[in-house]
Design a protein around this ligand. Structure first.
Ligand SMILES: [Zn+2]
Length: 237
């Protein structure tokens, strides 16, 4: 069995920053689980995990004030680009990026098109930097998968995907990964946070009728396949 299992969970967008940071870290409160967690402190890395924090950078499809969220615009990306380029060496993926067609976020075709343009440019950037994508999609499962395929994306994680199973299978056939967040059990008490990642592992094990150790091993290997930069990191453990 792999000693240090990885798991990836869905994250929340940063509320104030144009850039969204996502980190992988080893949970201090759970058994050797390495998880991904959104950090709401903009560009400040949390202390306490030196050398153990691996960020992603990208412009999220939902921007603006949390009280009045709006879709991402090209100017959001323009202002974030220098930060992403400056940190390109340190990041393990471009993300979160994606499409969010929730009506309160975007309700016009032109608004959706602007979100698409922001995603397209970030896909191009990920290709140039040879980095995978961490993709958010809400009320936009089909358009997201289709756009990724159209753009020839090969390495992507779709988190908290809410599209139809048939559309998810299209993504699977294209080689994309899908994360299963703890919220899968739909409990008010269970939040999408690192310490709950074993709930996802148990759920998958039960659904597939396989031992949880196998789930942990396979998700670890999947994480290493999708985020090759983690290999250097894990060898230090
Ligand atoms: Zn998301």
């Amino acid at each position: 069995m792999v000693k240090y299992p990885f798991a990836l969970i869905a994250t929340k967008r940063s509320t104030r920053q144009t850039c969204h940071m996502e980190f992988l870290y080893r949970s201090s409160c759970d058994r050797n689980v390495i998880v991904s967690v959104a950090v709401k402190h903009g560009m400040n890395r949390p202390s306490g995990f030196p050398g153990f924090i691996l960020p992603c950078l990208g412009v999220h499809p939902v921007q603006g004030d949390p009280a009045q969220p709006r879709g991402a615009l090209p100017e959001d990306l323009n202002s974030a680009l220098p930060i992403i380029e400056k940190n390109a060496e340190q990041i393990v993926a471009i993300g979160e990026v994606g499409l969010d067609f929730t009506p309160r976020i975007v309700n016009t075709e032109s608004g959706k098109e602007l979100q698409r343009q922001v995603l397209i440019r970030q896909v191009e950037m990920a290709k140039q930097l040879n980095l995978p994508l961490n993709v958010h999609s809400r009320s936009a499962g089909r358009p997201t998968i289709h756009l990724l395929k159209e753009l020839g994306v090969e390495n992507a994680l779709l988190h908290a995907f809410d599209g139809k199973p048939s559309v998810a299978m299209e993504g699977v056939r294209a080689g994309y990964f899908f994360s299963i967040p703890p919220s899968i059990i739909r409990s008010e008490q269970v939040r999408n946070e690192p310490k709950n990642i074993t709930i996802s592992a148990d759920y998958i094990a039960k659904t597939k009728g396989i031992p949880v150790e196998q789930v942990i091993e396979v998700t670890t290997l999947n994480a290493l396949r999708l985020f090759p930069k983690l290999k250097t990191f894990i060898s230090h453990l």
